[in-house]
Design a binder for this molecule. Structure first.
Ligand code: ARG
Length: 566
C-alpha cells in the first residue's frame, strides 16, 4: 500500500532539485527494515554528494518539501542522512481510492516503456493448414502482452507472420493440379486443402517422385513463375478467411500481415553478407552456418538452392530492425521452436550485430486434454473456430439459465465464452503445458474469466443508480483487515502490470485479478455495502467502484471484455 506514495515522493524530490539546482538526482525511496523508524525512509547521500553541502543543511531543506508532498504524511524525522516518515494509512487508503476513481481506465498506467519500441510477432498460422491450438495460444498471449506493454507506455507494432511460404505450398500446388477442384475448395477451403495435403502424403508414400515434383513446384514459386504465384495467392486468400473469422471473434487486429512470402526477395543480401563475413560453409551441397559445439548448425540454403524457415526469419528480422527500429522484438512461439530462435540469435550475433540480444523467444507450452497433446494434424482436424463457438454456446446456456430475462444474451455469451478460453490460458504461466477443460473454464465460480466478469457485474449492480463522494468517507473503516487488504491490492495494480510487462507474463496479472476478486467477495460477504451511515456507505461504494475499475481494466489487458450484466 505504501507503494502508492513512494513514487510520488520520488517525483516531488527529483523535481525540486531539478527546478532549484538544475540537477538530475535519482532519489531512492525505501521501506525501512526497522519499522520503528517509520513507514518510509529516504537516504540523502546522492543529494549531499551532488550539491556538495553539509548533511544537516540538506536534510533541513528537504524536510518541508517532503512534508508538503502529500497530506497523508503525518510525521517526518531524521537519523543521520536518512529522512524517515510515517504515513496515515487510513488517509492513504482514501487517497488510493480517490486516485483510482478519478483515473478510471487510465488507473495503473505506467511510464516504464516511454520512448521504447517493441515489435511483436505472434499468431502466425500456417496458411492452407488449419489454425491450430498452438496458434490460438500465440494469439491470446501475444495480444495480451501487447496490451500490457501499451499500458506501460511502450510503442508496439504487431506482426502476424503468416506461414505462407515453403515446400508445403509446392505440395499443395502439385496436389491441386492433380486432384483438386476449384469449386469444391471455394466452398470449404481449409477442409478441402487439408484433404489435398493428406492425399499428397498418402500418394507420395507410394510414389516418391511426387516429392520431387513438389520441390520443383516450390522452386518455381521462388522464381516468381506467374502461374504458380497466382495459384499460391489464391490458396493464401482462401485460407486466410478461417483465421480472419477467429480474429474477428477475439477482436484482434494486427499492424502487419507480412508473412514468410514477403521475404522471398529479401534473403539474397543476407546470404551474401553471411558469405562475405566468411560464415557460410558448404555441407553436402547445402549451405550452413556453424554454431559451435552447443547447437547444430543453421541450415541456410538447401542443396537445390531453396531457402529455409530460418533464412526467411533472418531476412525478416533485419527488415524489421530497419523498419521499426525496435528496442526488443518478441516472438510468441511454442516451446518446440526453442532451438530455432537460439540459432537465429546466434547467427545474428556471429554477424556482429548487438541487437541479437534484443530478440526474445516468448515461449509457451502445449494444450493437453487428458494428459495428451491436443492435435490438429493428420487430417483429424479439430476446427478451432468450432471450439470457440462451443465455448460461446456453453456460455449461452449458463447465462440463460442464470438470468432468463437478460437482454442481449448473444453478446454477453460471446464475451463470456471468450473470457473462458482466454483466461483459461492466461492464468497459467505461458511456459507451462496446460490441461484445458472447457466445462470448467466457462463456470462462474473457481479460477475463471467468467468468475471475474461476474464479480464485476455484482459490483455494477451494487453501484447502479447510486452516487457517492469519495472525499467524504469514514476513513476509520480502512483499518479493518477486509478493507485494508482490498485497498492494498488495488494499490498494487500498477506495479503488477509492470511486472507482467517486464516478465512478458500475462499470468502475473491474471493471478492478481483472481486475488483481488477473492478479496472483494470476502469484503462483500462481511459488509453491508449500502449501509445507512452515509460516510461508511461512501467508503464502501468507493472500495467497490475502485475494485470494478481495476477488474475491468485488468480484463481488458487480458483481451477480455467486461460486461455490465450476466
Ligand atoms: N508459422 C510458424 C509455425 O506455425 C510460426 C512462426 C513464428 N514466427 C517466426 N518469426 N518464426 O510454426
Amino acid at each position: 500500500m505504501i507503494e502508492a506514495i513512494k513514487g510520488q515522493l520520488k517525483v516531488t524530490l527529483e523535481k525540486y532539485y531539478k527546478d532549484k539546482y538544475q540537477q538530475n538526482i535519482s532519489i531512492v525511496v525505501e521501506e525501512p527494515k526497522n519499522r520503528e523508524l517509520g513507514d518510509i525512509s529516504i537516504p540523502m547521500f546522492a543529494v549531499i554528494k551532488t550539491l556538495r553541502r553539509p548533511m544537516p543543511e540538506i536534510v533541513a531543506e528537504a524536510i518541508p518539501v517532503i512534508q508538503n508532498a502529500s497530506n497523508v504524511i503525518v510525521s517526518v524525522s531524521n537519523v543521520g542522512a536518512f529522512i524517515n516518515l510515517c504515513v496515515d494509512k487510513k488517509l492513504l487508503a482514501q487517497e488510493i481510492l480517490k486516485n483510482a476513481i478519478q483515473s478510471e481506465s487510465t488507473y495503473g498506467d505506467s511510464k516504464i516503456g516511454l520512448g521504447k519500441q517493441i515489435t511483436l510477432d505472434y499468431s502466425s498460422p500456417n496458411i492452407a493448414k488449419s489454425f491450430s491450438i498452438g496458434h490460438l495460444r500465440s494469439t491470446i498471449i501475444g495480444n495480451s502482452i501487447r496490451l500490457i506493454l501499451n499500458k506501460c507506455g511502450y510503442r508496439t507494432f504487431s506482426i502476424n507472420y503468416l506461414g505462407d511460404w515453403g515446400t508445403q505450398f509446392g505440395k499443395m500446388i502439385v496436389a491441386y493440379k492433380k486432384w483438386g477442384n476449384y469449386e469444391e475448395i471455394k466452398k470449404d477451403p481449409i477442409q478441402q486443402l487439408t484433404n489435398l495435403y493428406v492425399r499428397f502424403h498418402e500418394e507420395a508414400a507410394q510414389d516418391p517422385s511426387l516429392e520431387d515434383e513438389a520441390r520443383e513446384a516450390f522452386r518455381r514459386m521462388e522464381l516468381s513463375d506467374p502461374e504458380y504465384l497466382e495459384l499460391w495467392r489464391w490458396i493464401r486468400e482462401e485460407s486466410l478467411k478461417e483465421s480472419a473469422q477467429i480474429y474477428d471473434l477475439l477482436g484482434i487486429q494486427f499492424d502487419s500481415y507480412n508473412g514468410e512470402a514477403f521475404y522471398n526477395d529479401k534473403m539474397d543480401p543476407i546470404v551474401k553478407e553471411l558469405e562475405e563475413k566468411n560464415l557460410l560453409k558448404e555441407d553436402q551441397g547445402a549451405m550452413i552456418v556453424d554454431l559451435g559445439e552447443e547447437m547444430p548448425p543453421a541450415l541456410i540454403k538447401r542443396s537445390d538452392g531453396g531457402s529455409l524457415y530460418i533464412t526467411r526469419d533472418l531476412a525478416a528480422v533485419f527488415y524489421r530492425k530497419k523498419e521499426y527500429n525496435f528496442d526488443h522484438i518478441l516472438y510468441v512461439v511454442g516451446n518446440e521452436q526453442k532451438l530455432h530462435f537460439n540459432q537465429l540469435k546466434r547467427v545474428i550475433s556471429k554477424m556482429g550485430y548487438d541487437f541479437a540480444d534484443s530478440i526474445e523467444h516468448i515461449n509457451f507450452g502445449l494444450y493437453l486434454t487428458d494428459g495428451k497433446k491436443m492435435s490438429t494434424r493428420k487430417g483429424g482436424v479439430v476446427k478451432l473456430y468450432d471450439v470457440l463457438m462451443r465455448a460461446i454456446d456453453l456460455a449461452y446456456e449458463l447465462v440463460s439459465a442464470k438470468n432468463p430475462n437478460l437482454e442481449n444474451k448473444e453478446g454477453i455469451a460471446k464475451a463470456v465464452g471468450i473470457a473462458a478460453i482466454a483466461f483459461g490460458d492466461l492464468k497459467n504461466h505461458r511456459s507451462l503445458d496446460i490441461e484445458f477443460n472447457l466445462e470448467q473454464a466457462v463456470k462462474f465460480e473457481g479460477q475463471t474469466g467468467p468468475y471475474l466478469q461476474y464479480t464485476g457485474v455484482r459490483i455494477a449492480s451494487i453501484l447502479k443508480n447510486k452516487t457517492f463522494d469519495v472525499s467524504n468517507c469514514n476513513i476509520e473503516v480502512f483499518d479493518k483487515p477486509h478493507y485494508f487488504e482490498l485497498v492494498k491490492q488495488i494499490s498494487l495494480f500498477q506495479s503488477t502490470i509492470e511486472r507482467a510487462a517486464i516478465e512478458r507474463a500475462p499470468s502475473v496479472l491474471a493471478k492478481y485479478l483472481l486475488g483481488l476478486a477473492q478479496s472483494f467477495n470476502k469484503f462483500y460477504s462481511l459488509e453491508k455495502i449500502n449501509t445507512e451511515d452515509e460516510q461508511i456507505r461512501n467508503s464502501n461504494f468507493a472500495v467497490a467502484k475502485a475494485t470494478r475499475i481495476v477488474i475491468n481494466e485488468g480484463l481488458r489487458l487480458l483481451g477480455i471484455q467486461y460486461v455490465d450484466e450476466m
